[in-house]
Design a binder for this molecule. Structure first.
Ligand SMILES: [Zn+2]
Ligand SMILES: [Zn+2]
Length: 261
């Protein structure tokens, strides 16, 4: 399996990061994508630092919507440079978060757009974070991303089946995380059931959103076994089927972008 989205740079892993990676590998998570947003600009290398040290780790670079206010012209220049790193597979996570509003919405939209331009120029996929902002996210993707003909990942997909269909039509992969194991996630499960087999991915978003039965605890890649099991149940296939489909999909997404995976 491939954990398409985790934050192993998070200080919560400082005491036992190596063990966490080893437990993930032992559980069958053979590659992990560490999202490089960290604490925001000027540091853009939170993911790269880990990818440089660990063979199974790949990285992204990007400015999280929470940190949009910290972006400067220098940040964009640096981002474009880092995108060329051999283990950077995508630009992300980028998008809009109207739940927390840590940065003004106008600034979030501008920084999202600027980063779509950078990824588009580089021919790299983007990783989308969207929370309580579906309408604006889809509208911006429609206008600025669709014409590029490039792909991307809807990270921790938490929309309904209609939103899932729109994302698939935009060329995106739907990445399902621990939320799918929560009993109340009926709509997300419905979206997961109907999603095309060639467009699904799985992730942990560790240390956040641990799946049942670890809910509420620190999440880690090894727990993705539970997410794969639940996704399999929902779709009426085995966890092995989920593992092979999501791995194949990840490799296709990376390969299409000339990526390293
Ligand atoms: Zn996110
Ligand atoms: Zn994340």
């Amino acid at each position: 399996m491939i954990d398409s989205h985790c934050h192993l740079d998070n200080p919560q892993f400082d005491p036992d990061r190596e063990d966490v990676i080893d437990r993930g590998l032992a559980a069958g998570v053979e590659r992990m994508v560490v999202i490089g947003t960290g604490d925001g600009p000027p540091d853009l290398e939170a993911g790269i630092r880990l990818a440089d040290r660990h063979e199974p780790i790949y990285a992204t670079v990007g400015i999280h919507p929470h940190d949009a206010s910290k972006a400067t012209p220098e940040t964009y220049k640096h981002l474009a440079e880092l995108l060329k790193h051999p283990k950077v597979i995508a630009l992300g996570e980028i998008g809009l978060d109207y739940h927390y509003d840590h940065s003004p919405r106008e600034v979030q939209r501008d920084v999202f757009l600027q980063q779509m331009m950078i990824a588009g120029e580089a021919g790299k996929p983007i990783v989308i974070h969207t929370r309580e902002a579906w309408e604006d996210t889809l509208a911006l993707l429609e206008t600025y991303w669709r014409p590029r003909g490039l792909s991307g990942i809807m990270h921790c997909f938490s929309g309904n089946p209609d939103q899932a269909a729109l994302c698939v039509d935009l060329g995106f992969y739907l990445s399902f995380g621990g939320i799918i194991t929560f009993p109340k996630s009926v709509e997300i499960q419905d979206a997961a059931r109907r999603a095309p087999a060639d467009r699904i991915l799985i992730e942990t978003d560790a240390p956040y959103l641990a799946p049942v039965p670890h809910r509420g605890k620190r999440n880690e890649p090894a727990f993705m076994v539970e997410t794969a099991r639940r996704l399999g149940e929902v779709r009426g296939v085995t966890p092995d089927d989920i593992a092979s489909a999501t791995t194949r999909n990840f490799d296709r997404l990376c390969g299409a972008a000339g990526g390293p995976c």
